[in-house]
Design a protein. Structure first.
Length: 35
C-alpha cells in the first residue's frame, strides 16, 4: 500500500516508532534484570 505521506503522518509514524523502540528497550532491560 503505497501512498504519499503527509507531514502529519510522518510525525505520527515517528512517534509510533519511538514508542515501539522504547517499549522494546524497556522489555529487554526487564528481561536482563530477571536473568
Amino acid at each position: 500500500m503505497i501512498r504519499k505521506i503527509k507531514k502529519e503522518d510522518a510525525q505520527s509514524i515517528r512517534e509510533i516508532c519511538d514508542i515501539s523502540l522504547g517499549y522494546t528497550v524497556s522489555t529487554e532491560l526487564v528481561e536482563n534484570q530477571i536473568t
